[in-house]
Design a protein around this ligand. Structure first.
Ligand code: ADP
Ligand code: ZN
Ligand code: MG
Length: 475
């Protein structure tokens, strides 16, 4: 923000499609990847008269799980409401949603209070970019859609994007939704206001945000715009704005005056529910079904294993590398030192090797082979330089690290008696360096170790060589 006397406030409304087997109120397949239009449809989700909706238990359970994970209050009672409006993507003339009795209220994510989470049905998808006509694809109509509303407690573009990222992570951990923003599986509306008093300023809502980066940029853009308008003596009008990715700016879409009165009323076709009386929706039951949550995983990696925060963020995102790392943790039985060492090689070497194959696979590397390699480093059987070379070979061609080390002559000589003989000869041949060391020149010791490495063609363990020299020279 260019001027610190202004305080920006942001509240979010986030829609996320649920990854259920079927749609919210019918038996049609819920497949966001279906490319052929209008194949996953039936009279119910097409809004034909005389059809009746049936509730999807999995979708409700998904939202309840979100609530349990966020420490929210699970509704005791809930009902479904009709949100009335006309648009070609909503053929019934109303959307089934929840108004007065959302499934979830309260709870926190990233320190931000959640107002509510409710469940509704997604609309069909309109295409206005195909010519002098519009097309509607009903595959998406009736897909279970969760809406989460936050309290106005965010203050920067970065915090807003981070909140959205954390929500995506939670949805993915719970297996509730993929929440891919580019695919529209998660849609964010950011309400932004700016004020220089302790009252809120007029809020503007920004839509069309299809990446975390654009969330951050649009929020920051709006904050700057509000400040400029206020500074210029103007007034912010309450409106909905869109984010133009090409122009990197927001533009007005509609003013608050043309906002609808949706005339919500309870849908008579659907049963009212007493959640507390449904055994499988009991909090204790839902709790047992929760996996390890992102924040618990962070604590385990950071506090228990001592992994750096930035590296933890890599492992906490679902993907090839996090699955691999978790397997390595299991292979090491939770041994902190080995896991930390393994993480260093993953971050500084393995990720680089993966980049060559677009980060899409681990080549020929297995977690067991990798764990064996790390153990060899920990036991000083190979040098760290040798480990890097072996890792590359394992990635490209596979194989056991021990066999590769033997074949490539990378096993470090740790056999003391042999190293002692070599060290004795070096001491005899380098009288000046020895004198330097005895005269107080510490660096001379490392020069002798260097000689030892050379004499063993790099296979001498430098740590052990150093100890041998120290012992021999102390005599
Ligand atoms: P409306 O009645 O216009 O729908 P709500 O009070 O229901 O407004 O809030 C909708 C969203 O706007 C919520 O995410 C909320 O946090 C956010 N919001 C409300 N007031 C402000 C404000 N002054 N500045 C930023 N966001 C706000
Ligand atoms: Zn259907
Ligand atoms: Mg509202």
């Amino acid at each position: 923000m260019s001027d610190t006397k202004y305080k920006a406030t942001i509240g979010l409304e986030i829609h996320a499609e649920m990854a259920t087997v079927t749609k919210m109120f019918c038996n049609c397949v819920n497949n966001p990847d279906e490319e052929k239009p209008n194949v996953n449809i039936c009279p119910v989700c097409m809004g034909h008269p005389g059809t009746l909706p049936v509730l999807n238990k999995q979708a409700i359970k998904n939202v309840l799980k979100m609530g349990v994970a966020l420490g929210s209050k699970i509704a005791d009672f809930t009902e479904w409401d009709r949100k009335n409006y006309f648009y070609p993507d909503i053929p019934k003339g109303y959307q089934i949603s929840q108004y007065k009795y959302p499934l979830i209220t309260g709870g926190k994510l990233n320190g931000i209070n959640i107002t509510r989470i409710h469940l509704e049905e997604d609309t069909a998808k309109s295409y206005h970019d195909r010519g002098d006509f519009s097309l509607v694809d009903f595959n998406r109509a009736g897909v279970p859609l969760m809406e989460l509303v936050t309290e106005p407690e965010l203050h920067t573009g970065k915090d807003t994007a981070d909140f959205a990222r954390e929500l995506q992570l939670l949805l993915q951990y719970l297996g509730v939704g993929e929440a891919n923003m580019e695919k529209g599986e998660m849609r964010i509306e950011a309400n932004i206001s700016v004020s220089d008093t302790d009252k809120f300023g007029t809020k503007v809502e920004v839509k069309n945000l299809n990446s975390f980066k654009s969330v951050e940029k649009a929020v920051n853009y709006e904050i700057e715009r509000h400040i400029e308008v206020i500074e210029g003596g103007g007034k912010i009008v309450q409106e909905t704005r869109g984010w133009d990715e090409d122009k990197q700016s927001t533009y007005s879409q509609r003013l608050k005056e043309d906002s609808h009165d949706y005339r919500y009323f309870p849908d008579p076709d659907l049963p009212k529910m007493k959640i507390s009386e449904i055994p499988e929706f009991a909090i204790e039951v839902l709790k047992k079904e929760l996996p390890e949550l992102p924040w618990a995983k962070r604590t385990r990696y950071e506090k228990d294993y001592g992994i750096k925060e930035a590296d933890v963020e890599i492992y906490v995102r679902p993907g090839i590398i996090s699955t691999f790392f978790e397997k390595v943790c299991v292979d090491f039985g939770g041994d902190k030192n080995l896991i930390k060492l393994a993480s260093n090689y993953i971050i500084s070497d393995l990720l680089g090797l993966m980049k060559v194959v677009n980060g899409e696979n681990l080549g020929q590397l297995t977690d067991k082979g990798f764990a064996e390699l790390i153990k060899m480093v920990a036991e000083s059987k190979i040098s760290s330089r040798g480990a890097k070379d072996i890792l590359k070979m394992m990635f490209e061609k596979g194989g056991s690290p021990m066999e590769i080390a033997e074949k490539e002559g990378l096993l470090q000589k740790s056999d003391e008696s042999e190293l002692i003989k070599i060290a004795e000869k070096i001491i005899a041949d380098n009288a000046k360096t020895v004198a330097d060391y005895k005269g107080g020149k510490e660096a001379a010791l490392m020069a002798l170790v260097g000689q030892g490495m050379k004499a063993t063609k790099g296979s001498g363990n430098p740590q052990i060589l150093k100890e041998i020299f120290l012992k021999l020279l102390a005599k």
